[in-house]
Design a protein around this ligand. Structure first.
Ligand SMILES: [Fe+2]
Length: 186
């Protein structure tokens, strides 16, 4: 469990992998074509051409997000996981799209996480390294049960995302509002 607070931590619920209405989010995806780097542009363009055939979902239910940032501006898809052609026992992989203006409050989960940023610039925080800016072509690695957060500014961000480890079907734990929804430095 996370170790940087003595306050009580909410328990995670089950992830819903069913397609949800993310059309309001996904319609902003065109802009990522302009902020890819040469190495990521081919994959970004392929996803943009296929995005309407992709099942997008939102990780959190609206009631879970009250006072915890602007996370409803995000959408996730699965390349590997429940409902995908390949469902590995110890891994999940997919695309993660964040609109402009996202404030993804500190959260933690059991799997280790890899973000490969395909397009756009985001600010990422974890409880050890603090805040840094990352852009297209950068890779971010997060250890299991480590508090981490992310914000976007005036451009959307597209990420190739993977989880490795246990408890793959649990929603990440969001830090309680009285513990600071977004750390200083965002
Ligand atoms: Fe995460």
């Amino acid at each position: 469990m996370p170790t940087d607070t003595g306050a009580s931590v909410p328990q995670p619920g089950a992830m819903s992998f069913a397609q949800s209405d993310c059309s309001d989010v996904v319609r902003h995806m065109d802009r990522v074509a302009k902020t890819a780097c040469p190495a990521t542009k081919p994959l970004v363009d392929q996803l943009l051409s296929a995005r309407d055939a992709v099942a997008w979902f939102q990780v959190y239910k609206p009631d879970d997000l009250v006072g915890k940032g602007k996370i409803d501006r995000t959408a996730v898809s699965l390349l590997a996981g429940p409902g995908a052609a390949f469902d590995p026992e110890h891994g999940r992989m997919g695309f993660y799209f964040l609109r402009d203006g996202v404030e993804y409050a500190p959260h933690a989960h059991a799997p280790r996480e890899i973000y490969a940023i395909l397009s756009g610039t985001a600010r990422y925080w974890n409880e050890v390294s603090g805040w840094s800016a990352y852009g297209a072509g950068d890779v971010i690695y997060t250890l299991e049960h480590r508090w981490h957060a992310m914000t976007t500014c005036n451009e959307p961000v597209l990420i190739l995302w993977a989880w490795i480890g246990e408890d793959l079907n649990l929603v990440p734990i969001l830090r309680e509002e009285d513990q600071g929804s977004i750390p200083d430095g965002a």
